[in-house]
Write a protein that binds this ligand. Structure first.
Ligand code: PAF
Length: 281
């Protein structure tokens, strides 16, 4: 496994590997967990070369968000990536990704202001900008993202379509702890009590999903069922509870297959998200 921190180093490392076959890319912000591992494994199954980036992207954090305390665990991350057979890891500094004077941004428009984009203004502009640059540098045939960041997936699909970026986005299922908590780098902020409180997110989705499975099609009723679970949990503050079309992130009235149940909530000072995609009906 080669670890490179410069753009020249990345290009040279990948140039030497490209003729092996398809290149898969997993962009990350580090603090890797089994959710990331599943993305790397998916790339390893599908591609001959796998590259991973680790970059805590400052432009996707708001002024009062957790950029400075975001977990940074580079040594453990590199060990994990080595053991999963990754070929190249790109660990740029902010100066490499955003050299002095950099001013170009990628903005997908209104889509980027929905769900997490509504709660975190500018977040998806930061995500789209950094992922566009990473795609440009790595030029992968496949790129792997977790379904947990469902709104991010919608934004990046739009970006890839609009800019005709020749990459296929592969969305991998949410990886959960045995008790249902969706894996997230931010789970490590949680105290033991908050960790228990956080289980309400997956319980809320299960309630919405169960109601849908019983034949309920009114999105409002699914939303209320999910809200009821979250409102019943002391120590948790709802950010959003939504039933949306996964492509547009706009609310739907009646659900059909592929609709997204999405929740975001604050547990203490930690904002957590989770979602479920309704199966074919
Ligand atoms: O999902 C993430 O970890 C980040 O948003 C990403 C895609 C690596 C961009 O910084």
């Amino acid at each position: 496994m080669q670890t490179v921190s410069t753009i020249g180093g990345l290009r040279a490392a990948l140039a030497a590997l490209r003729d092996r076959g398809p290149l898969g890319f997993v962009p990350t912000m580090g603090a890797l967990h089994n959710g990331h591992r599943s993305l790397v494994e998916a790339s390893r199954r599908q591609c001959d070369v796998t590259a991973v980036s680790i970059f805590v992207n400052p432009t996707q954090f708001g002024p009062n968000e957790d950029l400075s305390r975001y977990p940074r665990t580079l040594e453990a991350d590199l060990q994990m990536l080595e053991s999963t057979g990754v070929d190249v890891v790109f660990t740029p500094t902010p100066e490499v990704m955003y050299p002095a004077g950099a001013s170009t941004v990628v903005d997908v428009g209104a889509l980027g202001d929905r769900l997490d984009g509504a709660s975190r203004p500018g977040h998806f502009r930061g995500v789209a900008t950094v992922v566009a640059k990473l795609f440009h540098l790595v030029q992968p045939q496949f790129a792997y993202f977790g379904q947990k960041d469902a709104a991010q997936v919608a934004v990046l699909r739009q970006m890839v379509r609009d800019l005709d970026i020749p990459v296929e986005l592969v969305v991998c299922p949410i990886v959960r702890e045995p008790d249902g908590l969706a894996m997230s780098s931010r789970n490590r902020y949680l105290s033991p009590q908050e960790r228990r409180t956080a289980l309400a997110l997956s319980r809320a989705l299960a309630a919405g999903q169960a109601l849908a499975d019983s034949g309920e099609v009114q999105a409002g009723n699914l939303q209320r069922a999910m809200e009821a679970v979250l409102l019943n949990e002391p120590g948790l503050k709802i950010d959003y509870v939504a039933v949306v079309d996964w492509k547009t992130l706009l609310p739907v009235d009646a659900v059909k297959s592929g609709a997204l149940l999405a929740v975001a909530a604050w547990v203490g000072t930690t904002r957590l998200i989770d979602n479920a995609v309704l199966a074919a009906r």
